[in-house]
Write a protein that binds this ligand. Structure first.
Ligand code: CDP
Ligand code: CDP
Length: 223
């Protein structure tokens, strides 16, 4: 039997999940899966269709009519809807404002969780999101829950010029009924508020070592 591995990274917006996942992917040779991009892609299509993101039944109908293509480009996950890659539009103000509503729809989650698990067919993964350690890969021993002060996180988004209500998304993502954001059993908490990216990566590698992940010597340096 081939033993596949998944590193699960969860946490609120701008805690540093994508940044860490990208670096771990490169240094450990894992496929990096941005599960948020999948929820954003469905939201983008829902908005394109003129569907109200808060109308659950209408979102489910729209979902039935769309075809999602999830793949990889090098070591990074890719997503397209009906053959179109939404690109930068995935992080538009409109998608930011509506993605939590779409992600709260159980049918949407069921569909995307299945596509997320399919990535293991392609290889070992580092996957980041909100429910990776709780729902997608609850059995993996490698789990990190990232966090940072809300003011630090808001400032990080403003710094890159993104219009986003981090607090509103966190609130909705933590309160929803299906797969809310929470600390998974067995997850180690990594607060990045006082970390630089490099010290944060070192702390994450220490966590993975403590969880039994085989880290090669080369992964400790950024070269
Ligand atoms: O990058 P950022 O942390 O701001 O967000 P993201 O990871 O792109 O996720 C966007 C939204 O998708 C989140 O606010 C959640 O509503 C939803 N999401 C989710 O429900 N479950 C996941 N595994 C990933 C994202
Ligand atoms: O994926 P998530 O929304 O959790 O966060 P991100 O897209 O990785 O964004 C985090 C931002 O904080 C990026 O602009 C990073 O450069 C910055 N940052 C970090 O990720 N880790 C630190 N220790 C310090 C800053």
């Amino acid at each position: 039997m081939i033993l596949h591995r998944a590193i699960a990274i969860d946490g609120p917006a701008a805690s540093g999940k994508s940044t860490l996942a990208r670096i771990l992917s490169k240094r450990l040779g894992l496929i990096m899966v941005n599960s948020g991009a999948m929820y954003r892609a469905v939201t983008w299509k829902v908005l394109q269709l003129g569907v109200d993101a808060n109308d659950r039944l209408a979102v489910v109908e729209a979902l039935k009519g769309m075809e999602l293509q999830c793949g990889v480009d090098g070591l990074s996950s890719t997503v397209a809807v009906d053959g179109v890659d939404p690109g930068d539009e995935l992080r538009s103000e409109e998608v930011n404002a509506n993605v939590s509503a779409v992600a709260a729809v159980p049918e949407v989650r069921e569909c995307l969780v299945s596509l997320q698990r399919d990535y293991l067919k392609l290889g070992d993964v580092v996957m980041e999101g909100r429910d990776i350690g709780t729902v997608v890969f609850p059995e993996t021993p490698y789990k990190i829950y990232m966090d940072a002060d809300p003011t630090v996180r808001e400032a990080r988004r403003e710094e890159v010029g993104e219009v986003d209500s981090v607090a509103a998304r966190d609130h909705a993502d933590s309160r929803r009924e299906t797969a809310p954001l929470k600390i998974a059993e067995g997850a180690a908490i990594l607060d990045t508020s006082g970390h630089t990216i490099e010290t944060g990566v070192a702390a994450a590698l220490e966590i993975l070592v403590s969880q039994g992940f085989p880290i090669p010597e080369s992964a400790w340096s950024g070269d």
